[in-house]
Design a protein around this ligand. Structure first.
Ligand code: C2E
Ligand code: MG
Ligand code: MG
Length: 423
């Protein structure tokens, strides 16, 4: 049955139409899977009529825009699938067309939503010569789309076998996460932030680790993406926050002046209506003054739904938490954005620091950047500092705090306490 809202095919019709095309026409095709990131946010904040209008716009843009469209459907909710003939189209042109399509979709959506401009996620699968299994091809395009969804820097992802590995990895990680979560056995490590002036630990970042049944420690690079994809990252982040609230409470009960502990807040939290209350409630439950907690928000998050995120970040700061922009220098870093973001701290990412220190020009850029950030009264933390030489350079540029292997890796809390708290 055709989709009454958009006039596109329904999923079943699409499968039979697209299946017939790829069997009969001996040409090259791709499957594109498209969805709108956090579409539910448009529905709840702009109303369902706007949500419907957005879906119609997407359908319209897809059919008008994509030349050589062999079939297109809304498979469900905000998910669209298209079969596109790519005979005689070179791949560079195709990527440009896709980029343009993304921009058209984004513009059309923000027209309807009065400024909210969510991400469009696109997954692409190129059908192989003679491949006729349309269902399997759609699955692969969807795997690529979901990868795009969990990675803000990759709005369009082309399927590769490597993505299948990630999917399999998720299937392995989730039971380990569930088990550790239930047993409260997720490890929270602390990495010190050292004052560039006094060389003392003035803060720490809480970073999580999973442990498998053989006792192997699993680093975040192996589980964060899977938890983001499934939304379970929300539980992880609250677990970490609870852990550090208990720790700060313990220090205060022992008569120790706590240092500020930061934790990473995934982008997904910002789409929860109660995130601000939830965080404040936890701090209150453990009677932890908010000035001892710092919330790290990845730079790219601020590009998503800027107004909504800035509002929530403001509420968190009004309550007394510190907020930092994490991973600065990895994504769409923009000085004009830094000028309007309501944050206290900018964390320069380790890859940015390393890359900048390699060349004269990079050094000048970093020096100028730190100077500007200092002038607008932002604290600057340099991550990934591994040598004394790097430390002395970034300190001479005016960086306030150093976080890096030069001082310590993230370490278990008892080790952290004996090195930095109960000295
Ligand atoms: P991040 O928030 O930017 O954390 C800093 C990462 O840089 C940590 O990696 C830390 O071990 C690493 N690092 C610090 N100094 C150095 C250095 O000198 N050299 C090198 N090579 N690396 C250094 P880690 O612990 O593997 O965490 C990776 C990322 O995973 C974090 O990046 C953060 O984005 C995410 N993450 C970790 N735990 C959590 C969590 O509980 N919740 C959320 N949402 N994200 C988390
Ligand atoms: Mg961080
Ligand atoms: Mg960072």
């Amino acid at each position: 049955m055709a989709d009454s809202l958009t006039g596109l095919l329904g999923f079943e019709e699409f499968l039979s139409q697209a299946g017939a095309v790829i069997c009969c026409e001996h040409k090259h095709f791709l499957i594109g899977a498209v969805d709108i990131a956090d579409f539910h946010y448009i529905n709840t904040s702009c109303g369902y009529d706007t949500g419907d209008a957005v879906l119609r716009k997407v359908a319209e843009s897809l059919t008008l825009f994509l030349p050589n469209m062999a079939a297109c459907c809304r498979s469900h909710s905000d998910h669209f699938i298209a079969l596109v003939c790519i005979e005689n189209v070179d791949s560079e042109r195709l990527m440009q067309e896709l980029q343009r399509l993304e921009n058209v979709l984004r513009d059309n959506i923000s027209e309807e939503t009065k400024g909210i401009s969510p991400n469009i996620n696109v997954g692409i699968y190129y059908l192989k010569d003679g491949e006729t299994n349309i269902v399997a091809a759609v699955d692969k395009a969807n795997i690529a789309r979901r990868t795009s969804k969990s990675n803000f820097n990759l709005p369009c992802v082309v399927y590769s076998e490597h993505l299948m590995d990630i999917k399999e990895n998720s299937a392995k990680i989730l039971p380990i996460f569930d088990d550790s979560f239930r047993k409260e056995a997720i490890r929270v490590y602390l990495q010190p932030k050292i004052s560039a002036d006094t060389k003392k630990a003035v803060g720490a970042e809480a970073l999580s680790r999973l442990v498998d049944s053989d006792g192997n420690v699993i680093p975040p690079s192996k589980f964060i993406a899977a938890l983001e994809k499934t939304g379970r990252i929300i539980e992880l982040d609250f677990y970490v926050l609870t852990f550090i609230c208990k720790l700060i409470r313990k220090w205060m009960d022992e008569g120790i002046e706590p240092i500020v502990i930061s934790f990473n807040l995934s982008r997904l939290h910002f789409y929860s209506a109660t995130v601000v209350e939830d965080i404040c409630r936890l701090a209150e439950e453990y009677n932890v003054p908010p000035q001892y907690l710092e919330i790290e928000v990845t730079e790219s998050v601020f590009f998503e739904a800027q107004e909504m995120i800035v509002t929530k970040v403001n509420q968190l700061r009004d309550y007394g938490f510190k907020v930092s922009v994490d991973d600065f220098g990895t994504g769409y870093s923009s000085l004009s954005l830094i000028g309007v973001l309501p944050v206290d701290v900018v964390k320069l990412d380790k890859s940015f620091v390393k890359e900048s220190l390699k060349s004269q020009r990079g050094n000048e850029l970093m020096k100028g950047l730190i100077k500007i950030l200092n002038e607008i009264h932002l604290e600057i933390v340099c991550e990934g500092v591994e040598t004394e030489e790097e430390e002395s350079i970034v300190s001479s540029y005016g960086c306030n705090e150093i976080q890096g292997y030069l001082y310590d890796k993230p370490i278990p809390t008892d080790e952290f306490e004996s090195k930095y708290i109960h000295k």
